[in-house]
Design a protein around this ligand. Structure first.
Ligand code: HEM
Length: 118
């Protein structure tokens, strides 16, 4: 299957949706039908997909030689998104704060990817 830029863009966006749905499920207070476990699985899959498609996009766009600052910031956001639920589990952060931080970081990640500002 020949992957074109738009394929990476679509999978990148689907991965974003899975990440946020999964994070919501993982942080949910209840665990009816294994919601939290399912959320954790969705988070793992989506984080992997985000990284793979993120670098696929950089390659397709021809900006792999030296990573621009915004791409490094997106990588940092990816790391924070990956560890956020750990802070909640260790009671270092309330779940509500983690959700708000995740949303803010998601907005910044979208802005960085679309505007490529620096
Ligand atoms: C939490 C992590 C991330 C979120 C929420 C996120 C979100 C987004 C969104 C909403 C877009 C705009 C849609 C599009 O242009 O296709 C985008 C574009 C992009 N993202 Fe991400 N992203 C994340 C992580 C990453 C990572 C780790 C990389 C690689 C370093 C990356 C590389 C890109 C690139 C290169 C684009 C531009 C695509 C284009 O102009 O065609 N992203 N991202």
């Amino acid at each position: 299957m020949g992957m074109i830029l738009q394929h990476y863009q679509i999978i990148h966006l689907i991965a974003v949706m899975i990440l946020f749905a999964g994070t919501g499920a993982a942080l949910a207070g209840t665990d009816h039908g294994g919601t939290r476990k399912f959320g954790a699985i969705l988070r793992g899959v989506s984080l992997l997909l985000l990284l793979v498609t993120g670098f696929g996009l950089l390659a397709k766009l021809g900006i792999m030689k030296s990573l621009p600052v915004w791409a490094w910031i997106k990588l940092a956001i990816w790391v924070i998104a990956a560890v956020l639920p750990v802070f909640v589990k260790r009671k270092m952060l309330p779940g509500t704060a983690a959700v708000l931080i995740a949303l803010a970081l998601g907005g910044v990640a979208a802005w960085l990817g679309i505007m490529k500002p620096f």
